[in-house]
Design a protein around this ligand. Structure first.
Ligand SMILES: Nc1ncnc2c1ncn2[C@@H]1O[C@H](COP(=O)(O)OP(=O)(O)OP(=O)(O)O)[C@@H](O)[C@H]1O
Ligand SMILES: [Mg+2]
Length: 485
């Protein structure tokens, strides 16, 4: 394919500043790339011309085949605890960082590919990705962004025309991903394990500069960096909980330093409220179940603290004490974000103190769990109850428990319109996502396009979209997503 060099400026900061963590590598050649989806809004935010991105030159960039002359694509090294077991060398086994670009607001953003072919980190994997899972990441990250939850973004998915062997032969694709960086807890674990303290410090300096710049002016910049990550992750996981998002594979290599959600593998949104809900086909022990997520995040952050210890203080016992103090903020921050979020979901005034609202929230969680309410439609239903439509919580078994809770809540003076502004009506329900991906696999992109349109505005009720609000049809069985994609 003849292409012109892309008209885009990519910096190679990671490749040059942290060369020990960057293996220069090129994407596998794709002869006939076919664009499946492009987020034009995101392209504009990045200062990229959507028309150019759709051209052969743009596509060649989106699959990593043509880079600006000064760019260096690299596979990033990282380690990680996977389901609790440490793997010292993971890294981008099917991904590449193309470089960094400045968005319209002057912020540095990584442009990264997933599914771009084998690298020195492939460990027996083929280095590729299938159309279905890459579109899934595109759909769910788009929905998360629209819900206002920090996330890596999906710029485009390009079909490669190449078959990828999974359980069957499936069409291959490359996802172009944008993130405020791809620094992971696992990046720090890898740097620490090299024993090279200078590298660890440089990595921490880059993280401070890109994500937690206020830490630079602290008396203990590296401790302040750690505190910044604790804060960002506590807030992030609380936001997942508030929308019923189950990440599914919260390994330390899938936790960012920025506080953005990353790696939409076996993730899903809850239908019925259930703290033990697991959607991943390989999570047999329920380690990453919905209700486990805050605990797991805290555990992951303890692994980050271990990696950073030598930067906290020369004396190990002092460093550990400092780390423990910083980590102890996680629970407070998590519960503040969750409580504030629940208050908003219930239309309650932000000035109510915890002592008044706390018992109402606790009772609500018990009710939601016993009744296995649909996590999303339940809150919209409560707003309908306030407007006099009791069918909003129809079908609940224990009317007494419900009525007693409703009266407690109503005494606090909830505002139905405020509820509808924050409680989503449209989320990427599993059966809708599957339906859209199945059609896309057979080259029918219409269901996907419609679903994306719906998800881009999650709270505004529009006529004709009723089917997007309904839970999975009865009898469709427990939903599972598969890893190794
Ligand atoms: N098909 C594959 N070929 C080679 N390596 C793979 C493949 N699939 C996953 N890996 C590697 O296995 C590890 C864990 O995979 P995981 O699913 O968490 O990440 P990922 O989905 O590939 O990427 P990311 O975390 O960047 O979203 C990573 O090192 C990843 O590169
Ligand atoms: Mg991953």
């Amino acid at each position: 394919m003849t292409v012109t060099a892309p008209e885009i400026t990519l910096e190679n900061r990671f490749a040059s500043e942290l060369s020990e963590l960057a293996v220069p590598w090129r994407a596998a050649t794709v002869e006939k790339p076919q664009l499946l989806v492009l987020d034009e809004q995101l392209a504009s935010e990045l200062g990229l011309d959507p028309t150019w991105l759709r051209s052969p030159g743009g596509l060649a960039l989106l699959i990593g085949n043509e880079l600006p002359s000064h760019a260096t694509s690299v596979a990033q090294a990282y380690a990680g605890h996977q389901f609790g077991g440490y793997n010292p060398r993971l890294g981008d086994g099917r991904a590449l960082l193309l470089g960094e670009l400045r968005d319209r607001q002057g912020r540095l953003q990584d442009l990264h590919l997933k599914g771009s072919g084998p690298t020195p980190f492939s460990r027996g994997g083929d280095g590729f990705a299938a159309v279905g899972p890459m579109l899934r990441e595109y759909v769910i990250s788009t929905a998360m962004h629209a819900l206002g939850i920090p996330t890596t973004r999906s710029l485009a998915v390009v079909a490669t025309g190449r078959g990828v062997q999974r359980e069957t032969l499936v069409p291959g694709a490359v996802l172009a991903r944008v993130a405020s960086s791809h620094l992971r807890v696992g990046s720090f674990q890898y740097a620490r394990a090299t024993g090279d303290l200078d590298l660890l410090r440089r990595l921490a300096d880059v993280a401070i500069e890109r994500h937690h710049p206020a830490a630079r002016d602290s008396d203990h910049p590296y401790l302040a960096l750690f505190a910044g990550v604790v804060d960002a992750q506590a807030a992030l996981v609380a936001q997942w909980m508030l929308v019923g998002f189950v990440h599914g594979v919260m390994n330390t290599d899938n936790m960012t330093i920025s506080g953005e959600t990353i790696d939409y593998g076996p993730c899903a949104f809850l239908d019925a409220f259930d703290p033990t809900a697991v959607f991943s086909s390989i999570d047999h022990g329920g380690r990453y179940a919905y209700g486990q997520q805050p605990v797991v995040a805290e555990w992951n952050l303890a692994r980050l603290a271990e990696a950073l210890l030598p930067l906290f203080a020369a004396e190990q016992s002092v460093a550990i004490t400092l780390a423990e103090e910083a980590l102890s903020v996680f629970r407070r921050r998590y519960s503040e974000t969750w409580t504030d979020g629940m208050r908003a979901k219930l239309g309650l005034d932000a000035t109510f103190d915890e002592a008044r609202v706390g018992p109402v929230l606790d009772a609500l969680v018990v009710l939601m769990q016993t009744e296995r309410v649909d996590h999303t439609s339940f809150f919209r239903g409560l707003a309908r109850v306030l407007r006099g439509d009791l069918s909003g919580v129809g079908g609940m078994g224990d009317r007494d428990a419900l009525d007693s809770w409703l009266s407690q809540w109503r005494e606090l003076g909830p505002d139905a319109d405020a509820m509808d502004r924050v409680n989503p009506l449209y989320i990427p329900r599993n059966h809708l996502v599957e339906e859209a991906l199945d059609a896309a696999t057979f080259e029918d992109l219409d269901p996907l396009t419609r679903l994306l349109e719906v998800l881009r505005d999650p709270c505004t009720e529009r006529p004709g979209l009723e089917r997007y609000t309904e839970p999975a049809p009865a009898g469709s069985g427990p939903y599972r997503t598969f890893c190794g994609t």
